[in-house]
Design a binder for this molecule. Sequence first.
Ligand code: FAD
Length: 484
Amino acid sequence: MRSRPHRPDSPFVNGQLALRASATNDRRERAGGAYVLYWMQATHRFEDNWALRLATLEANRLGTPLLVYQGLDPTYEHASDRVHSFILENARELAERAGRVGLAYQFHLRRRRNDDRRVVDRLAGRAVMVVTDALPTAGIAGRTARFAARAECRVVAVDSYGVAPAASFAKEEWAARTIRPKLAAIRDHCLERVRDEPPRVAMPPRLLRDLEFDPLDLAHADIAREVAACEIDHTVPRVSAVASGLTAARARLAAFCRGALADYDERRADPADADGSSRMSPYLHFGQVSAAEVARTAIAHGPAGAVAKFLEELLTWRELALNFCTRNPRFGTLHALPPWVHDTMRAHVKDRREAHYSLAQLERGETAYPLWNAAQRELVETGAIHNVMRMYWGKSVILWTRTYSEAFRHLVHLNNKWGLDGRDPGSYGGIQWCFGKFDRPWGERPVWGTIRSMSIPRAYKKFDAAEYERRWLGTTAAQGTLGV
Ligand SMILES: Cc1cc2nc3c(=O)[nH]c(=O)nc-3n(C[C@H](O)[C@H](O)[C@H](O)COP(=O)(O)OP(=O)(O)OC[C@H]3O[C@@H](n4cnc5c(N)ncnc54)[C@H](O)[C@@H]3O)c2cc1C
């Protein structure tokens, strides 16, 4: 079913809910339902969460309690210790805070594929209506559509990803230059602080005890043991260097604002400077902190020029990626690229490649280029790659595979399997950018055609690549194997 705007009777918050919320089925509210259900899928926070705001307004309008439900199961793509741990550790913090902010929050961990399925369907079976998150990536849009088709009450999906609602931009934007002025026109309004209010009707404890599933006791759960018991990929380990949750996100953001923000333009260009950028992408991907909070904090701290550069990434590029994935259903394939890229790829597909590496060799960082291997190691160890190196990392694979589509598939696999920030609109925006998306034709070269070229040897002239290699490969630089 095509989604259409959901128009709650409650007053719209700041006008934004009207743009952010869409009905995903034709069902009505269930008369006599016990609660409004907020199914938390993509926005793992209580603050600045537009879906939670709508669910609260609707619960208040209908005079029912609000149930916040989050489930984690082993079936999502690339389910691993890395992602499971990050989600569960944040969930523990949410569970601790829920009571203080007046929310009833329940979490279900489905450890094995055959365990208790479709808890959310049973919860929806008693709800007046369901509110959930909208996100075009990470399988969320498809899961929501299937759920909405089964549900027997109204299901509304709400977009909380960006500072601006995705629906502010009616068509697919061509490039940063086309979305930038549109964002600038609405930015201040979208950044206005909106107070989060708790629901008026408290959840009766009796109802909570009677929810027909076995919620995870997050306060006492041994998260490492729980993760070990799940039917997921245990070869992609937890990233111990990146603490999960809003408290950790805010601490990292504060350190960035005190430190590198003032010199962001310069420091972000140096991959050897680990603190030169915010490292907010995992927190933003899982919605543990809102982009609006990150933007407001930066604006409050930094000199205007540096903040403008930071917002160019956080707003322009991030929301361009969201617009792309929202408006172009083929974002996960090369078909999403503009005609000039297809023309040039056709003309150069048979060009001789300088090397060929299999997916396994790339994954293990076994190329002849220590700098590339270092970037792969950064991804494997930390769940992200510095932005500048991520561009060299992505572009290089085009030179090392038989076809452009093979390169694309390998990049999506590596990025989404190992990235804590993977499966995000930014993942597809970034990878597609390597193939010419959002860009223009450049001078013609072998293999690249007119796609902008970027190759590892040139990186040595741009920044202290040797220092970056030392950091990630240490003494094993010559061999460069990652042991994955
Ligand atoms: C091949 C390739 C793959 C990428 N994969 C991902 C990914 O899986 N997930 C992801 O979030 N980003 C991805 N990016 C975009 C970018 O590299 C990361 O967002 C950035 O490096 C994250 O580091 P940071 O948080 O320190 O960024 P900062 O420089 O501090 O920027 C702040 C925030 O702005 C956003 N941002 C910054 N640059 C971009 C960009 N080019 N496009 C979209 N958003 C941006 C991110 O949310 C980031 O956290 C990819 C880029 C490329 C070229």
